[in-house]
Structure formats: structure tokens, C-alpha cells
Unconditional design. Structure first.
Length: 84
């Protein structure tokens, strides 16, 4: 079971990884991502970072984002109704 706190922690590692890629590093290492997080004054969770590196390493991030957007577009979302 993944907690929301762990998801948030992992997301900052994903964001730092993406910043590295956007900065021209096609395959960032854990050290590269740590530098970004350190520069932002953010703590590094080594287990979350290793998970991000293992899941994203060597993959075409543009394609992953495109695939994710396609999946999100197919999700049905309904409102809870208004109170009055």
C-alpha cells in the first residue's frame, strides 16, 4: 500500500529527473537527480530515487507522457453535485 506522503515524495524525484532530461541529460543518474534536489533544498529519499531511476531509466519520456495523457483522457470524472 502506497501512502499519499510516499507518492508526494516520489513525485518530487520524478520532477527532478524530468528537469535533468529537459536540461539535456537524456539519461540522468541518481547523482544527477540528487544535485537538482539538493539545489532546491529538498531532502532525498534514496529508495524513492532508486525506484524512479529504475522505472524511467532508458525510456522515451516523451512517449511515456503521451501514453499517460491518452490514458487520462479516457478516465471518466463526475462531479459530486452542488449543495445549495
Amino acid at each position: 500500500h502506497i501512502t499519499s506522503a510516499w507518492r508526494a515524495l516520489a513525485m518530487k524525484h520524478v520532477a527532478a529527473y524530468l528537469l535533468c532530461v529537459m536540461g539535456g541529460n537524456a539519461s540522468p543518474s541518481a547523482g544527477d537527480v540528487k544535485k537538482v534536489l539538493d539545489a532546491a533544498g529538498s531532502a532525498v529519499d534514496d529508495s524513492a530515487l532508486e525506484k524512479v531511476i529504475s522505472e524511467l531509466g532508458g525510456k522515451d519520456l516523451e512517449q511515456l507522457i503521451t501514453d499517460g495523457n491518452t490514458k487520462l483522457a479516457s478516465v471518466t470524472v463526475s462531479g459530486g453535485g452542488g449543495g445549495g
